[in-house]
Design a protein around this ligand. Structure first.
Ligand SMILES: Nc1ncnc2c1ncn2[C@@H]1O[C@H](COP(=O)(O)OS(=O)(=O)O)[C@@H](OP(=O)(O)O)[C@H]1O
Ligand SMILES: Nc1ncnc2c1ncn2[C@@H]1O[C@H](COP(=O)(O)OP(=O)(O)O)[C@@H](O)[C@H]1O
Length: 208
């Protein structure tokens, strides 16, 4: 019996089928591919390309996209610092559950604050948190402006927009960094290929 947060008198319930058994069933290892970067850096595009590539290899993945989760689980949250922190904490907890289920969980969120991403990393054991940094220059993201949000932010119509008047703290020790080469952004499929290569090398695409 214990107290966790505001919950008192709670017990941990063990389940009959364990993570190893689920991983064997799926012939893969559960993990979290956490894609971080500015709005417009290509997070969702990479998440989709990676999800498709894994599917074609017979691997089960699931995408947790920041924009989408803000339509449901996180619709009570805005973009002030404490809301972003709570957003990342919740998604980290959900990603941990998916990883425990044996899935390759692909989380794509701006996740601008280093301490919040590091807190998610700390929730996961055995190097199963794989941080992928979309290191695209602000100018590139702003030029793309797929949703017209940078224009609104520059005009002062959106306050606290990441990269404009709210900080983005780049990772110091990420597992994978994706950036332009010779002034060109690699294709989504090339980027997904890099992540798949990492997963293969580290043994995530087979069970023990
Ligand atoms: N103020 C502000 N700053 C940044 N982004 C904003 C803001 N307001 C709305 N949006 C839109 O919300 C999307 C980011 O949601 P996230 O949950 O990934 O953000 S965060 O991780 O909590 O910072 C983000 O989506 P992406 O462009 O896919 O990154 C934007 O479409
Ligand atoms: N590798 C890429 N090369 C060229 N354009 C890209 C690439 N990845 C994404 N884009 C384009 O950039 C814009 C933003 O991509 P998106 O995946 O929505 O970014 P984010 O999820 O980080 O906001 C879209 O118009 C998309 O087509």
């Amino acid at each position: 019996m214990s107290t966790v947060g505001n919950s008192t008198n709670i017990f941990w319930q063990e389940c009959p089928v364990g993570k190893n058994e689920r991983q064997k069933l799926l012939n893969q290892k559960g993990c979290v591919v956490w894609i971080t970067g500015l709005s417009g850096s290509g997070k969702s595009t990479l998440a989709c390309s990676l999800g498709r590539e894994l599917h074609s290899k017979g691997k089960l993945s699931y995408i947790l996209d920041g924009d989408n989760l803000r339509h449901g689980l996180n619709k009570d949250l805005g973009f002030k610092a404490e809301d972003r922190t709570e957003n990342i904490r919740r998604v980290g907890e959900v990603a941990k559950l998916f990883s425990d289920a044996g899935l390759i969980c692909i989380a794509s969120l701006i996740s601008p604050y280093r301490k919040d991403r590091d807190a998610c990393r700390a929730m996961l054991t055995d190097s199963t948190f794989i941080e992928v940094f979309m290191n695209m220059p602000l100018e590139v993201c702003e030029k793309r402006d797929a949703k017209g949000l940078y224009k609104l932010a520059r005009a002062g119509k959106i306050k606290g927009f990441t990269g404009i008047d709210d900080p983005y703290e780049p990772p110091l020790h990420c597992e994978i960094e994706l950036r332009e080469k010779d002034g060109e952004c690699p294709t989504p499929s090339a980027m997904a290929g890099e992540v798949v290569y990492y997963l293969e090398e580290k043994g995530f695409l087979k069970a023990d």
